[in-house]
Design a protein around this ligand. Sequence first.
Ligand code: NAP
Length: 279
Amino acid sequence: MTQLSIPTTALGERGQIPLIGLGTYALDGEAGATAIATALQNGYRLLDTAAQYLNEETVGKAIRQSGVPRQELVVTTKLAGADHGYDKTLAAARASLQRLGLEYIDLYLIHWPNPSVHLYAESYRAMLQLADDGLVRHVGVSNFKPAHLQRLFDETGVWPALNQVQLSPALARTELRRFHAEHSIATEAWRPLGADEGVPSNRNVTEIARKHGRTAGQIALRWAVQQGIVAIPKSGRTDRQLENAQVFDFELGDADMAALATLDLGEAAAWDADTHEEF
Ligand code: NAP
């Protein structure tokens, strides 16, 4: 068993969240549960699932199988698009808790804003109620743009603790991150390895990786955590889980960061939450 040491960053007013967590999309069944449990035994403490992934039961099973004390974990799940609305959100959270076999969710996110449905602010209000009731520790969102975030604040006076967005050196989301920083919203990166945008094979990335004696994936993840961005790479393989979390013993210099900045494809290359909706 490897004992990883994964540093944390601020979440909300009093919370902390590990800078590297485990994405669990498509990790399911016996093999999925074992892969997740092994990650926890090796030192991962942040898990990312969603009602939409249909694997909350597997995640719950993995937590129990791991033997890691519940209070050490940050378990994230997400409200599915079909469950937007105040009452539906309350019911969906309870259903997620039941599938996970947990008494509280550490971080509950709205998966996509689905603006055509016009109910994400209602869901957010219900999630704040769930936090008041002790069923949720931190309320956050995913795939929200600044206008969606602003609307949540205008309607409730509360900024979400975190926004989980598509983010890698090729999708740097600079403006969005500036907005987050202004309002103390933590930034979390999904698909942080940027494979769809060619990050692992990019010449600048492979050159920096060679120089530091690291893999391309580790360069992409170091780029994120060095800027205080939480990243949740998914791997079903223990060797890759370990590799992905071992990014805290080297540093990218100014020249490395400048070379990585040239990869950014711009905001238009990211999935647009004004038009992309998921249910
Ligand atoms: P990712 O973590 O960037 O990449 C995962 C892929 O890379 C898998 O095919 C994995 O294969 C492979 N991989 C992992 N580590 C590797 C390494 N060190 N070297 C080479 N290949 C490696 O992308 P993602 O799974 O799409 O995103 C991560 C998590 O974000 C998801 O699991 C999910 O929890 C979350 N997510 C959220 C949203 C949202 O809308 N909020 C959308 C997408 C994803 P193996 O498993 O075979 O290693």
